[in-house]
Design a protein around this ligand. Structure first.
Ligand SMILES: NC(=O)c1ccc[n+]([C@@H]2O[C@H](COP(=O)([O-])OP(=O)(O)OC[C@H]3O[C@@H](n4cnc5c(N)ncnc54)[C@H](O)[C@@H]3O)[C@@H](O)[C@H]2O)c1
Length: 422
């Protein structure tokens, strides 16, 4: 597993997998480890574990490698992140200390609040991509690996719109050679992975591989592609609650979401350009779930606001408040308050695991390009240009499970069920 950025999410994920391997903890939150899937009719009583239905790599077979702009090994980085208890980290210390980040492709113009010493030098972005490819080749040979998956767990880069350089693979490759400023470091990693036929997922909201040029490359090399922005915390709750309000035809006049968090992610998001990337990712969700064009009376006037405030004392233990103004029968107003004292990286780590295992399986199954069935894991799922993104968590889960059934030649489940009453 190739992780770009060995920060809070990556180290919580890696330390967690090591602890689970040693029997010290359970893989809670990971569908690939704990989830079951119903097959056939409800009367058949067939509900195997997902990992028994589809061939997923075993946790024991995973080897970790990654890049960061800081030189800290994974143990030191996990201590800095402050998510997991020192007593747990100490039990997997040798495994974590063995993971030392390779120098990163980094440029402060794309993440303004960060700077670090462990950075690659190269005259062009093309050269930097070649250095990433060399890192990957070395890692693969040293550990005698069969397959690889890359996941971006690096900081949120500044907001970029798709420009001419992102439209075709030829334009993108030319852009790498002439250092086009619209090619961010995350795109250099994505390019290197996809060019080598390695599946790539983006856990942050920055554009990265969500551009036609890299989708074209993924198609060509047969690499699965997914993103963007892990769906954890507040947005996860939003995509659980909003489909419920809509299902019962309850109106919404306002949804105010605010967060305080004190980790490095919070510090990066304190920069307006990085926050803009995150804001776009968080705001889209309600619009697509509620479909105000179909329900103008219920959702046409919705005021939706998202704030993120950097507040160091909280560290990774974020607090997210939602004030939701809803209205019901005859327009009578009601309010719902949600106060989620969550742990961002604890919610994100199982997503990294599931994505890695599913993307690896998708690659072996010959599934190339955008993997929309993995939308379940993302705040702003990548999708085909002619489609709108599906954000409803329950539709996403149905799509994911039906994809697994389909892959194994099982019947997809429609929930029609009239035959039970014939
Ligand atoms: N924690 C969550 O629940 C969650 C949810 C959704 C998205 N995300 C996103 O995931 C990413 C990681 O979150 P985190 O909490 O681990 O943040 P973090 O700041 O702890 O870790 C990010 C790491 O990436 C490194 N980095 C930055 N640019 C890099 C580059 N170009 N190459 C290599 N390394 C680079 C940083 O040095 C840092 O160590 C962030 O973009 C965040 O917005 C996190």
């Amino acid at each position: 597993m190739l992780l770009v950025g060995l920060g809070a999410v990556s180290t919580t994920f890696i330390a967690g997998v090591q602890a689970i391997r040693k029997g010290l903890a359970r893989p809670i939150g990971a569908l690939t480890q704990m989830g079951t899937i119903r097959l056939g009719k409800r009367t058949e009583g067939r509900s195997p574990l997902i990992k028994d239905l589809v061939p997923l790599a075993s946790l024991d077979d995973i080897v970790f490698g990654g890049w960061d702009i800081f030189e800290d090994d994974c143990y030191e980085a996990a201590c800095t992140a402050g998510v997991l208890d020192r007593s747990l980290l100490d039990q997997v210390k040798p495994e974590l200390e063995a993971i030392r980040p390779w120098p990163a492709v980094f440029d402060r113009r794309y993440v303004k609040r960060l700077d670090g010493p462990n950075v690659k030098q190269g005259r062009t972005k093309r050269e930097l991509a070649e250095q990433v490819v060399a890192d990957i080749r070395r890692f693969k040979a040293d550990h005698r690996l069969d397959r690889l998956v890359m996941i971006w767990c690096g900081s949120t880069e500044i907001f970029l719109r798709p420009g001419p350089v992102h439209q075709t693979l030829a334009a993108f490759e030319e852009g790498l050679r002439r250092n086009d400023p619209d090619i961010a470091p995350s795109m250099v990693y994505a390019y290197a992975a996809l060019a080598m036929g390695i599946p790539y997922a983006n856990g942050a909201p920055n554009l990265s591989a969500d551009v036609p040029a890299l989708e074209e490359l993924a198609q060509r090399t047969g690499s699965p592609l997914a993103g963007k922005d892990f769906k954890t915390g507040q947005t996860l709750l939003k995509t659980i609650l909003a489909p419920g309000f809509k299902a019962r035809m309850l109106g919404l006049s306002g949804w105010f979401s605010t967060n305080i968090l004190g980790n490095r992610d919070g510090e990066v998001l304190d920069d307006p350009d990085s926050f803009k990337t995150k804001e776009e990712s968080k705001l889209g969700v309600l619009e697509w779930i509620l479909q105000p064009h179909l329900y103008p009376e219920l959702y046409g006037q919705l005021y939706h606001k998202v704030r993120i405030n950097y507040y160091p004392p909280r560290g990774d233990n974020k607090e997210g408040w939602d004030n939701i103004d809803i209205f019901g029968w005859l327009g009578y107003p009601m309010q719902i308050k949600v106060d989620f004292l969550c742990r961002d990286s604890i919610l994100a780590a199982p997503i990294v695991l599931d994505l890695a295992l599913f993307l690896d399986m998708a690659g072996r199954a010959g599934m190339r390009g955008i993997q929309e069935w993995l939308s379940f894991y993302f705040k702003s799922p990548i999708h085909a240009p002619e489609l709108y993104p599906e954000h409803d968590l329950f539709i996403q889960l149905m799509k994911l499970k039906n994809t697994l059934r389909h892959l194994r030649g099982e019947e997809v489940i429609t929930h029609l069920g009239m035959e039970y009453y014939d």
